[in-house]
Design a protein around this ligand. Structure first.
Ligand SMILES: Cc1cc2nc3c(=O)[nH]c(=O)nc-3n(C[C@H](O)[C@H](O)[C@H](O)COP(=O)(O)OP(=O)(O)OC[C@H]3O[C@@H](n4cnc5c(N)ncnc54)[C@H](O)[C@@H]3O)c2cc1C
Length: 393
């Protein structure tokens, strides 16, 4: 995005990427439909950036959800708003968009250098690259780093940049998993039986967080939309307390009284599993979750059983590793950057995208802030070049 903003003003831009092709994570995001942004009101949209709202909001005011949709339309691809307010390109794929975009960049004079891994700076501040032709160095009037976070490293963003930025005087908050799954100490039987099962229509509560949705049981624990939505809070609790306990309501549309009434009906010769299914429609993985965490005595007491159907505690041990997460928290701190995203310790070097220290839930907020920060960095470069020209003339 920065390359686009800069090249549109006739400035020569070179883009370097370590991978053999560009935009691999963008293409991966396209596999789940490419949720590019969200159509909710702006005030609500900016609140998604939590304690970084203050830093992200000014960028979104210049290039936010509406501008991003216009930009997609400008590349010849229409967008639509899904039922949840999430915005997708028609076709729900990233590849046509990326293709059209790269063509437009190439047409405006941007040169791409693939298989060029940036390795920090030389002692006289030239950029160092590892390339198929060996080590190369290059100088430029300004640099935008958009190296991504540390998740899904096979797609290119491996977080190797952290020490080089620290050496350059930038503050870097440790990269951490965001929108991630968690480990749960499942019994061997539960793990075997329910790995891959979706748990649908439940409410997850944790502190102030209450949200209805679904998630997936994995061999190691839990993952999926509802877990990701609570993941920043759960991760921080584990960091502070050593573990976190989420509470599940397995029957959000039913009251405890209703459950007690239904479960109190004579079960005759039916097994407890059949009774749970027939009386309150709790079966399969939901019944398995109850078995996993409740004692025999809990099952024998209708009031307790009804209570736990509405308030099942699931202890989470640790977040899944960063490499598996949808995105990264942490990164270059905003205190290290000026309002144009230029490093205070290294004038002329700008940072953008997921490598900055912010996080947001899924829902299109990640890509939107990446685009917005690229737009801000691009404009920052133009202003910087202008100011430097003023000094030399
Ligand atoms: C499975 C999955 C699905 C997702 N779905 C969505 C979604 O639907 N909506 C949404 O908003 N977000 C989604 N995201 C998140 C979104 O894709 C990222 O937040 C976004 O791509 C980050 O953009 P970026 O340009 O900052 O970093 P990246 O897209 O990671 O790009 C960084 C680039 O820098 C290159 N690079 C890194 N280090 C070096 C180096 N040393 N030298 C040279 N090049 C280097 C990499 O090769 C890469 O091309 C998803 C992520 C994943 C993993």
């Amino acid at each position: 995005m920065a390359a686009e903003v800069i090249s549109q003003r006739g400035v020569k831009v070179d883009v370097y990427d370590s991978m053999p092709s560009l935009g691999r994570k963008f293409l991966m995001a396209g596999k789940s439909g490419l949720n590019i942004t969200h159509a909710e009101p702006f005030e609500r949209f900016v609140s998604r950036y939590g304690n970084r709202q203050h830093q992200i909001e000014p960028m979104l005011r210049r290039f936010g959800p509406s501008e991003l949709r216009q930009w997609v339309h400008g590349l010849g691809i229409e967008t639509f708003v899904g039922t949840s307010g999430r915005v997708f390109p028609v076709g729900m794929k990233a590849s046509p968009l990326l293709r059209a975009w790269l063509k437009r960049l190439a047409d405006s004079g941007v040169t791409f250098h693939l298989r060029h891994k940036w390795r920090g700076w030389t002692h006289d501040n030239a950029l160092r690259f590892e390339s198929p032709e060996g080590e190369k160095t290059t100088n430029s009037d300004a640099v935008v780093l958009a190296l991504g976070g540390g998740s899904w490293s096979r797609l290119g963003s491996d977080g190797a940049w952290v020490p080089w930025l620290e050496q350059a005087g930038a503050g870097v908050a440790p990269l951490q998993p965001s929108n991630c799954g968690f480990d749960v100490d499942w019994s061997p039987h539960f793990r075997e039986r329910f790995d891959g099962h979706p748990v649908k229509s439940v409410v997850l509560s944790f502190g102030e967080f209450h949200q209805q949705g679904e998630f997936i049981i994995t061999k190691e624990g839990v993952e999926g939309g509802l877990i990701y939505a609570a993941s920043a809070l759960l991760r921080d609790e584990i960091a502070a307390e050593g573990r976190a306990v989420m509470t599940l309501d397995l029957a959000p549309d039913r009251s405890i009284e209703w459950l007690v009434r239904r479960l109190s009906k004579p079960r005759g010769s039916r097994t407890m599993a059949a009774h749970l299914d027939k009386a309150v429609n709790i079966k399969s993985v939901k019944a398995g979750l109850l078995r996993e965490f409740l004692s025999k005595d809990d099952f024998a007491n209708v009031e307790r059983l009804a209570y736990f159907i509405k308030n099942l505690s699931v202890p989470l041990l640790r977040p899944r590793p960063l490499d598996e997460a949808i995105s990264s928290a942490g990164g270059v701190t905003f205190e290290s950057l000026d309002e144009h995203l230029m490093l205070r310790s290294m004038p002329g070097v700008f940072c953008a995208g997921e490598m900055l220290d912010w996080e947001a839930p899924t829902g299109g907020y990640l890509l939107t802030a990446c685009f917005a920060s690229g737009y801000a960095a691009g404009n920052g470069v133009l202003e910087w070049l202008e100011s430097q020209r003023g000094k030399t003339s």
